[in-house]
Design a protein around this ligand. Structure first.
Ligand code: NAD
Length: 493
């Protein structure tokens, strides 16, 4: 545990209508430090009653017009002020994230906090750039009548935002920043494992001057608090990032209620190394694609396809990188990889590695399940699958530092293998052969295809999934469609 963190000073209440709020029923659940497995705090376990309170508050804030009819430039300025406050609290927020999520402190600063600031500033700009169109109509009745027609974008209403635990602060900002820029009000539910930075974010928004009720945070379990939020009749739009399994449940509920929904779901992203790629580049690139954030990344490059001529060299090289990675607390400057987020998740990852071995995969790296101390540590693992068997680790998302590697002989074959997945979130191609790179870019079924890089995201670049990786896009211009409704206006004269 970091000496600087005093657990008694943690902000652990929900944040509703501008106030720290316990669960009305007084129920709580524990959260843990994944590097030590020690309990950090008790967090309100929201019931349907708490969710109803938060949603009604949010609806009131939406209908009061103080937010949606605020001059867009004022909304923009508030988001920019929030960005400044998040930046000012970099050390505090990064420390909270590392304490609660386990990631390296440098990543908490660079990715969670600096990334959140970048997204808030970019999205703030959209508040003043939402526009409609004017239309020339062909209606010929009644004779002599003309029409002036236009479209305008209006805020979708109350947004329920539900996020996972892998990038707790950044994922929250990916939802709230565009929703607020578009004039919506928000009820955010962080993952039960990692609520601390979301709570602080809402407090900082209030400090920045956001009217009470515009941005609320509820804490609780998915099956209870999350489900109650999704089906609340006053919620107009659900934006969800998480597993495909839960995405299907939420999608079904939203279809029944005819509610708008964006779903950012799981992935099993292929990394394709062509025969001209320098093996050192491939080793570094593929290791980064899977081991970044301890493999707890939706676009993690978890399936590796290497041209047969360089397969052994590349795969052995990645196994050597894995074996050299120092595990430890995110606060330890010498650590290169932190723990998994929870004991449940550690057990899932270790179980999938064992299953991969049982099904015929060959583990090239050293023992994965070696738990260093009490935390939820899993060693980075490389599994060779020379016979290209349909192992579970090839098909299913592990969401941990586990790579499975297959050789291939030609482009058509590797393209078919890459697309032989229910998922379609990300993919990367490693080559300097332009024609082959472009053929793969054209053929790969994924929301993002990187060439000679992996896992790079930007607020200007749309992000989302094909197939079971989701519905809808985040970032860029796509956010306007995601968080507004189109209203046609037709005036006869
Ligand atoms: P999860 O689906 O278990 O939980 C995500 C969130 O949904 C949590 O807040 C949880 O409390 C809530 N939830 C769970 N059941 C619910 C229900 N029935 N109704 C409403 N809410 C419910 O996912 P996780 O384990 O927290 O995160 C890992 C998953 O997230 C991985 O599959 C990963 O690929 C995915 N993910 C996707 C993206 C993306 O942008 N596509 C980004 C990050 C993570």
């Amino acid at each position: 545990m970091n000496d600087q963190v005093r657990t008694e000073t943690l902000h652990t209440k929900m944040f509703i209508n501008g106030e720290p709020t316990p669960s009305a029923a007084g129920k709580t659940f524990p959260i843990f430090n994944p590097a030590t497995s020690k309990e950090l705090a008790q967090i309100p376990d929201a019931t349907a009653e708490d969710i109803d309170h938060a949603v009604r508050t949010s609806k009131q804030a939406f209908e009061s017009d103080t937010w949606r009819r605020m001059p867009p430039s004022t909304r923009e300025r508030l988001l920019l002020t929030l960005a400044d406050l998040v930046e000012k609290h970099t050390d505090e927020l990064a420390t909270l994230e590392t304490l609660n999520q386990g990631k390296l402190l440098a990543f908490s600063k660079m990715l969670e906090v600096a990334g959140s600031v970048q997204w808030l500033r970019y999205m703030a700009g959209w508040a003043t750039k939402i526009e409609g169109t004017t239309l020339d109509l062909s209606i010929a009745f009644p004779p002599g009548t003309r029409y002036n027609a236009s479209t305008k974008r209006v805020p979708a209403g109350v947004v329920a935002a539900i996020v996972p635990w892998n990038f707790p602060l950044l994922m929250a900002v990916w939802k709230i920043a565009p929703a607020l820029a578009c004039g919506c009000t928000v009820v955010l539910k962080p993952a039960e494992e990692t609520p601390l930075t979301a709570i602080r974010l809402a407090e900082l928004a209030y400090e920045a001057g956001f009217p009470p009720g515009v941005f609320n945070v509820v804490t609780g379990r998915g099956e209870t608090a999350g489900a109650a939020l999704v089906k609340h009749p006053l919620v107009n739009k659900v934006t969800f990032t998480g597993s495909t399994e839960v995405g299907r449940i939420i999608g079904r509920q939203c279809a029944d209620d005819l509610k708008r929904a964006s779903l950012e779901l799981g992935g099993k992203s292929p990394v394709i190394v062509l025969d001209d790629c320098d093996p050192r580049t491939a080793i570094e690139g593929a290791a980064g694609a899977i081991f970044f954030n301890h493999g707890q990344v939706c676009t993690a490059g978890s399936r590796l396809y290497v041209a047969r001529s360089i397969y052994d060299e590349v795969v052995q090289g990645i196994a050597a990188v894995a074996d050299g990675i120092a595990l430890g607390s995110g606060f330890d400057a010498a650590a290169q990889m932190g723990p998994m987020v929870s004991s449940r998740h550690r057990d899932k990852v270790v179980g999938m590695i064992a299953q991969g071995k049982d099904e015929g995969g060959e583990v090239l790296s050293r023992d994965s399940a070696s738990a260093d101390g009490d935390g939820y540590f899993v060693r980075p693992t490389v599994i060779a699958n020379r016979a290209c068997k349909p192992l579970s680790v090839v098909k299913e998302e592990v969401f941990g530092p586990v790579l499975v590697a297959m050789p291939y002989d030609d482009l058509e074959e590797v393209l078919a293998q890459a697309n032989d997945s229910e998922y379609g979130l990300g993919a990367s191609v490693w080559t300097n052969q332009l024609d082959k790179a472009l053929r793969l870019v054209d053929g790969i079924e994924a929301g993002t295809v990187w060439v000679n890089t992996h896992n790079m995201v930007d607020p200007a670049m749309p992000f989302g999934g094909f197939k079971a990786s989701g519905i809808g896009r985040e970032h860029g211009r796509a956010i306007v469609d995601a968080y507004t409704e189109c209203k046609s206006v037709c005036i006869a004269y």
